[in-house]
Design a protein around this ligand. Sequence first.
Ligand SMILES: [Zn+2]
Length: 402
Amino acid sequence: MATKAVKRAFKYRFYPNPEQAAELARTFGCVRLVYNMALAARTQAWTLRQERVNYNATSAMLTGWKKTGELAFLNDVSSVPLQQVLRHLQAAFTNFFARRARYPTFKSKKKSRRSAEYTTSAFRWRDGKLTLAKMAAPLNIVWSRPLPEGVAPSTVTVSRDAAGRWFVSLLCDDVIEQTPTSGVVGIDAGLDSLLTLSTGEKIVNPRHERRDRAALARAQRALARKEKGSNNRAKARLKVARIHARITDRRRDHLHKLTTRLVRENQTIVIEDLTVRNMVKNRSLARAISDAAWRQFRTLLEYKTDWHGRTLLVTDRWFPSSKLCSTCGALAERMPLNVRTWTCRCGTVHDRDVNAARNILAAGQAERACGEGVRPQRGNLRSGQPTVKQENPRATTGIPSL
Ligand SMILES: [Zn+2]
């Protein structure tokens, strides 16, 4: 059986004691400060002198800052998270220069993620207990699921979210056994349901979704009414943050379970490329899955198919999946959004979304059949290119069913 070595993150909540909470709050503050100062230095060097400052140069700056009187407090926290944030800044610049990302921005006190990353020299892992540098006691971690047998973390990231919850993420080396399967599935971003599979199955939002959204809207209205700078406003903001956290947690959980199942059951998975479709207003308003959820779904599928030796195919963004009859291949002329079932000239009665999912599956398989040996499918996927040949986009623009 084939195996694959992967880096896998395991995330848990933990409850720091008061000293640990204070130490981490200090560390988060120093991490943010060092990041912002290094970003400012790099920006200045570039705009004034067209000089590129690399990681080593910022690391030397950090050593200098620690020796000055007003920044001596940087010596009080572990130096590793400070070095790590400089490495992250380096990665952000690499992505920027490769045109993969925007120019890095400053970390704001209120909005940025509070986190600190520790590598092996800055924590001790013994008998299933994790102790961070500058701390006497191990972290009180809630092991909601066990770490796999014999696995040890190589990097540890501690964070605190806007709702005030503490998390620790353990990055571990793990080995995955790849068991081939024969299933194939096409997936459509449905109009009424979250996702529709070519098997006819419809996947809906988690049960609590609607109630959570209503609660969020209420909490946001309440927050807007509170006086700026007041205690009540702070409380209302925390409430909004808590509901937000609950919604994103549940969504992630749902998508994790769903993608795990899809990858376990299927050797080949075909999805649509929705990036351009989102510009077509009607479609984006009508779709049940949000853009954020779709991106998350795709990201999860990308790494899980890779881990388990499966194939993920992405069909062309202009492929008319809704209007094509999956039985006879005839193209319907119009397919307004309110049409949920339709009858083709060949007599087949279609559920709109199931028909689309079947077409997506067929398009992916057809492309793979003619693309065999020409280019590796996963290579295409990584570069974000559609794997099905692009038709002239003009042929389909302006048709509301797309
Ligand atoms: Zn037909």
